[in-house]
Design a protein around this ligand. Structure first.
Ligand SMILES: [Zn+2]
Length: 351
């Protein structure tokens, strides 16, 4: 079997389920958008801007990490800007052979210059659709409600997700500050979401304990969990997550940067994988965390010594939990599984 090498990982078709639009821009695009829109940035050259916006080492709190988004959001207040960054994100993902990309963002953070939530969403979907035509990638938008914003705003965003279901939107999420802002405060939004059969993934167990994951699953109906880093603290809940094949969207670098783990080695990824949990690897924020998806795979390999078969598991797991129609997903999984088996020379299996 092939050894783990960056170029091999690059060639494997991969899913990415957890990637924030406003954390995954190109530095040059920020500079260009700022210049065109006459927007002031903390730095005007690529190198200094990179220092200001990409986390160096780690931050002290999740909130400090989230503050970086003020810079990216300042240039994302027009439909043109959103369409462009959505297209470029899908292009960057396609360049490392991401075959299915779910892009999450919160329309409510893009209204400063008078854009409506619908206009912002239309722009993001346009950018992604153009990329789908140009590259071998499928995409979907996950709308993020924000934990530390009002209940009304999460309801409004839930209504938007429902209106755009099957029209570009594939799911609903809660992002933002986890500590002190429990998901169950937003129950009304999830009542709407669940009544309308919209897929749910929730940031949980990143900056707060397993109770947050419990709420995400049992109060909000989460089909997947964003991070789930602290799930290991509750063995019973971990068994539930395992038995119900609830996928954990793992983001190693981001977890280290936000202080969710002490160091990469102490991340429970290996334990989760050995235990049989359904895992996918993700970037969280390509720019702000300073990573690509293949970087994250390489980091997982270097830290935990995963081999190519482990990566095949992560990849197939991610595709299995993608927010796609079942028939479409089955087709994609079969195609991807055969490609990977051929590539790795491991013979074909049933999926
Ligand atoms: Zn995230």
């Amino acid at each position: 079997m092939k050894p783990v090498r960056r170029d091999f990982l690059l060639e494997l078709p991969k899913p990415e389920l957890h990637c924030h639009l406003d954390g995954s821009l190109r530095i040059e695009t920020i500079l260009d958008l700022a210049q065109k829109g006459k927007i002031e940035l903390p730095a005007t050259d690529a190198e200094s801007l990179h220092k200001a916006v990409v986390v160096q080492g780690r931050v002290k709190t999740l909130e400090e990490y989230l503050d970086k988004f003020q810079i990216t959001l300042s240039v994302l207040q027009t439909p043109e800007a959103l369409e462009r960054v959505a297209f470029e994100l899908a292009q960057d993902a396609a360049a490392e052979n991401v075959r299915h990309l779910e892009v999450r963002y919160s329309p409510i953070l893009h209204l400063e210059q008078g854009m409506t939530p619908m206009e912002s969403l239309d722009a993001v979907i346009r950018g992604l659709r153009t990329a789908e035509h140009e590259f071998n990638i499928s995409t979907g938008v996950i709308i993020c409600g924000i934990r530390n914003f009002s209940i009304e705003s999460s309801i409004e965003l839930a209504e938007l997700a429902i209106a755009y279901k099957y029209r570009g939107v594939v799911g609903y999420d809660l992002a933002g500050a986890e500590e002190n802002f429990p998901a169950k405060d937003h129950l009304e939004a999830f009542y709407l979401i669940r009544n309308n059969n919209v897929n749910v993934t929730l940031h949980a167990g990143e900056a707060y304990g397993p109770q947050s994951i419990h709420q995400a699953i049992h109060y909000c109906g989460a089909n997947r969990i964003g991070h789930g880093t602290r799930l290991r603290e509750d063995g019973d809940l971990m068994n539930y997550v395992n038995d119900h094949r609830i996928c954990l969207e793992i983001c190693l670098t981001s977890n280290f940067q936000t202080g969710s783990i002490e160091n990469i080695k102490s991340h429970p990824l290996k334990f989760y994988h050995d235990y049989g949990l359904r895992i996918s690897l993700n970037t969280d924020n390509r720019l702000i965390s300073g990573v690509s998806l293949v970087d994250e795979y390489m980091l997982a390999h270097k830290t935990f010594n995963f081999n190519m078969l482990d990566f095949k598991d992560f990849i197939i797991s991610g595709f299995k939990s993608a927010f796609l129609e079942h028939r479409e997903r089955t087709k994609l999984i079969k195609e991807v599984a055969h490609t990977i088996d051929d590539y790795l020379g491991v013979g074909s299996h049933k999926y």
